[in-house]
Design a binder for this molecule. Structure first.
Ligand code: FPP
Length: 250
């Protein structure tokens, strides 16, 4: 039974997070950027627990973008080491909590040990059904759309619903579209995250650097989401009914 103050019908099925601000959090404290990422991992642990307890179906975290390859080599290597140790350390608790872990992105260029841990974690948690935790590593929204487009065209799919059929070729096939996209760290951009999947997402930008984000702030985010009126491009009739001459919407 989730500990939740958000009614389940107002809960986003898919929350996606751009966990930004680790580097600036560290610099403000005279620490290295890698220490900032380690602090970010602790915030990640709390966020995963929080969203699982709330009853969210899918949580997708942007941990390493296609563009992050151009960061200094020592930062990239430290991040890979952090991912390997985090997967090893966290997998037992994820499995215990009924969370299925999968990874999206182009993993072919990752170190062999990281690729092996990713595959092991996916296999070990595949039967879990409480929440899907998707970690985007080596991910870019344009990369995703391109790889899907190549396979979609090659498949010659003449499906009656082309958008639904195309979605089936994205790395997020089978997952709901993003309902709530959160970015921490003060920037207001999507940075090539889930471009297709966030077409109708509610966008929440938080000033706090990722390592300092608390569960109270995440709870506020869910409450904010619950107050959104999602229209998906349609007109929603107001409670007072249509204006004179206005055609009521379906
Ligand atoms: C962005 O902050 C953060 C990253 C590129 C790394 C995120 C990784 C973690 C939080 C660890 C989580 C690990 C797993 C396995 C999910 P930034 O470095 O861009 O910060 P800045 O904008 O302040 O420089």
């Amino acid at each position: 039974m989730p500990v939740s103050s958000t009614p389940s019908e107002a809960l986003p099925a898919h929350v996606a997070i751009i966990m930004d601000g680790n580097g600036r959090w560290a610099e403000a404290r005279g620490l290295t950027r890698s220490e900032g990422h380690r602090a970010g991992l602790e915030a990640t642990r709390q966020a995963v627990r929080f969203f699982a307890e709330q009853g969210v179906d899918t949580l997708t975290l942007f941990a390493f973008s296609s563009e992050n390859w151009s960061r200094p080599r020592d930062e990239v290597e430290a991040l890979f080491e952090l991912f390997v140790s985090a997967i090893e350390a966290e997998l037992p608790e994820l499995v215990e909590r009924g969370i299925a872990l999968t990874f999206i992105g182009d993993r072919a260029s990752f170190p062999q040990d990281l690729q092996a841990r990713m595959t092991e974690a996916e296999q070990a948690s595949a039967r879990n059904e409480r929440m899907r935790l998707v970690v985007a590593l080596g991910y870019g929204g344009r990369w995703d759309i391109l790889q899907a487009a190549r396979r979609w065209v090659a498949g010659g799919d003449e499906a009656p619903d082309p958008e639904a059929s195309f979605s089936g070729y994205l790395s997020t096939a089978g997952l709901p579209d993003v309902d709530l996209l959160i970015r921490t760290g003060g920037e207001r951009r999507i940075s090539n995250f889930l471009l297709w999947q966030s077409a109708y997402a509610e966008l929440l930008f938080i000033e706090t650097f990722w390592p300092d984000v608390s569960t109270a702030e995440l709870q506020e985010g869910l409450s904010w989401y619950a107050r959104r009126q999602r229209r998906f491009g349609r007109v929603i009739a107001s409670a007072a009914g249509p204006e004179p001459g206005e055609v009521p919407s379906a």
